[in-house]
Design a protein around this ligand. Sequence first.
Ligand code: CMX
Length: 136
Amino acid sequence: MKPSHIEHIGIAVKNLDEQIAYYQDVLGLTCYNIEEVADQKVRTAFFMVGQTKIELLESTDPDGPVGKFIEKKGEGVHHIAYAVDSVQDFLDSASEKGVTLIDKTPRKGAEGLSIAFLHPKSTFGVLTELCEHPEK
Ligand code: CMX
């Protein structure tokens, strides 16, 4: 049940290309994947740091979750994603403990992962994502 590691940190950005340049030129990381996730209304860019990814999120729709977030709070850390063995088991356990779920069952996220979100209003203001790798 316990998460094995932080799968990724999601960062809301206004301009993906400008931010990719910063992560590459200043932090020395390599962008290894750019992917649009139509379901989430975002275009994403990924960097690996050890076992953990940085996921930059550019909104493709002002009414999408990242578009609304940037409008209210500006650019910055948007969510923390934990790697778990079973997203469904984790959701069931969190729900039993009174946590509000955004997703009651896993859905498909970037890079083919099964993902689900816990509502930030019941996780002390931190939007929390659970990720399961398909090979598990
Ligand atoms: N972190 C912390 N709080 C957040 C938040 C975030 N990322 N996003 C929204 N909130 C807060 C808002 O500030 C707002 O708080 P107040 O009521 O105090 O003002 C409250 O949640 C409601 O926000 P809203 O702008 O009215 O937005 P909605 O209720 O329509 O949606 C949420 C909020 C979290 C349910 C929605 O953003 C969601 O479903 N998120 C999960 C999916 C997602 O974020 N996808 C993008 C990433 C995809 C990927 O990783 O590939």
